[in-house]
Design a protein around this ligand. Structure first.
Ligand code: ARG
Length: 466
């Protein structure tokens, strides 16, 4: 910064930083995206300074008008950012002061330390509101795909081995539940983002009678009862970034959930499973193999989780060992936070869109679900109905499975005589357990993949999501 700059922080420095230093220390290249929140924060601060007499009413009014005009210029692309002015705060204040001499009074009782904490909290608040809506849309897409295919049954897997039959919709609703908890975590984190740090100054507040509650109320930092929420310790307010870490954690876990969903989509769309078809627009071809249709959107949804976790680790590592209070290291908080928001929001949106353009291959699902081995456990349950202890029933059915393998027959093709060769406890009704429809009707407890229960859960979610 040149000494002649209106924003010269101190008369102490005879020359500005060298070019390499300026490039190393600048943040304007990435923090300019905070401009709107920086202006809104400054407008509230100026209004409050007018209220307590630090600015005359006329000065406050002129400053507010000039800040609004700067906002219009940025919006319409007429504003020129000056790389030599370090960050978004200095750029906007320099421009204000150029347009309005009273602008030189705006920074009274304020530091960039509480200002940047304010901007980031306001910015994150807005992003969280958008993300919450996007999560709702994703849940709706999952429920809609389930509803459109509510009679489709697929094998459920453990260890990626066929285990027991489930409705396709039940599998999708598992993700709706996961995303619901992510949503709750997001809303909970919101309450800790929504705290106004302005008035904390550089680290030790101000000697001026700042009206912090007024600023907080103007900027929407209010609790559920409409009372202003302001930070209670000036040192904490300028030095911690736990609200950003917390968001990055919520985004990481959400990203991990989305990654697992993406993995299921990728498997299901492979020739080996062939359960679903993703619309062409959400896939790409190969530059070499003409037959290929690759699930790139799902693969990138899976891949993005890596950077979400990385950003969380970056922030935690950044904060560890910082002495109180503000340290310039904290400028490194922005890129990981911005990247997490951008990555997770795009992943949520694209996953929802891909699901809206995915169809189910009923034939392949039915063929896979017809595997009678999926109902081996039902056969053991049938023996339990004959008062056989489950451990013994499990063992007997294991023998039956072995016999079927030896005879190279599917389980449901064994005769009663063959079953009775394993145990006299098998009676005529035993083979009826292999009726898939009946097997699913029998699963009636809450949370199970039974016919009525899954329909009930689909209705519950559809109603809840509106
Ligand atoms: N660009 C800085 C940041 O993002 C703003 C705060 C600078 N404060 C300071 N005392 N140098 O952290």
């Amino acid at each position: 910064m040149k000494k002649s700059s209106p924003l010269s922080r101190s008369g102490r420095f005879s020359s500005g930083p060298g070019r390499d230093v300026a490039k190393f220390t600048e943040s304007i290249s990435f923090d300019r995206r905070l401009w709107r929140h920086d202006l809104v924060g400054s407008i509230a601060h100026a209004t409050m300074l007018g209220g307590i007499g630090v600015l005359t009413k006329a000065e406050a009014k002129r400053i507010v008008r000039a800040l609004e005009a700067i906002g219009d210029d940025i919006e319409s692309g007429r504003f020129e950012w000056d790389e030599s002015l370090e960050d978004v705060h200095m750029n906007l204040e320099a421009e204000l002061t150029r347009r309005e001499p009273a602008g030189a009074k705006l920074h009274t009782g304020r530091s960039r330390n509480d200002q940047v904490a304010l901007d980031m909290r306001m910015w994150l608040r807005d992003e969280l509101v958008e993300l919450e809506l996007e999560l709702r849309s994703l849940q709706q897409a999952l429920v809609a795909l389930g509803q459109a295919n509510d009679s489709i049954v697929i094998p459920g897997y453990t260890h990626l081995q066929r285990a027991q039959p489930v409705y396709f919709a039940h599998h999708l609703l598992a993700y709706v539940e996961m995303i619901e908890r992510d949503r709750e975590r997001l809303l909970d984190a919101f309450s800790r983002v929504n705290v106004c740090p302005l008035g904390s100054g550089a680290l030790a507040g101000s000697t001026l009678p700042l009206d912090r509650n007024q600023v907080a109320a103007m900027l929407g930092f209010e609790d559920s009862r409409g009372r202003p929420v302001v930070s209670q310790n000036s040192m904490d307010a300028v030095s911690d970034r736990d609200f950003a870490v917390e968001f990055c954690f919520v985004a990481s876990l959400l990203g991990v959930h989305l990654s697992r969903l993406a993995e299921d989509v990728i498997l299901w769309s492979s020739s080996e499973f062939d359960f679903i078809r993703i619309a062409d627009a959400y896939t790409t071809g190969s530059s070499l193999m003409p037959q290929k249709k690759n699930p790139d959107v799902a693969e990138l949804a899976r891949g993005k989780s890596g950077r979400l976790v990385g950003n969380l680790v970056s922030l935690l590592t950044l904060l560890k060992g910082l002495p109180m209070t503000y340290n310039r290291d904290l400028q490194e908080d922005k890129e990981p936070l911005f990247d997490s928001i951008d990555s997770v929001r795009a992943t949520v949106r694209l996953t929802a869109a891909m699901l809206q353009h995915t169809s189910v291959n009923a034939g392949a699902c039915a063929a896979a679900a017809a595997d009678p081995a999926l109902l081996a456990t039902d056969l053991a349950d049938w023996l339990v109905g004959q008062k056989v202890p489950f451990r013994e029933a499990h063992h007997l059915v294991g023998e039956v499975v072995g016999l079927a393998e030896k005879l190279a027959k599917p389980l449901n093709r064994l005769t009663l005589k063959e079953l009775q060769g394993v145990s006299r406890k098998f009676k005529a009704g035993a083979l009826e357990v292999f009726e898939l429809k009946q097997a699913l009707a029998k699963r009636t407890s809450t949370g199970s993949p039974g016919t009525k229960e899954v329909k009930k859960q689909l209705r519950r979610w559809a109603k809840r999501l509106g």
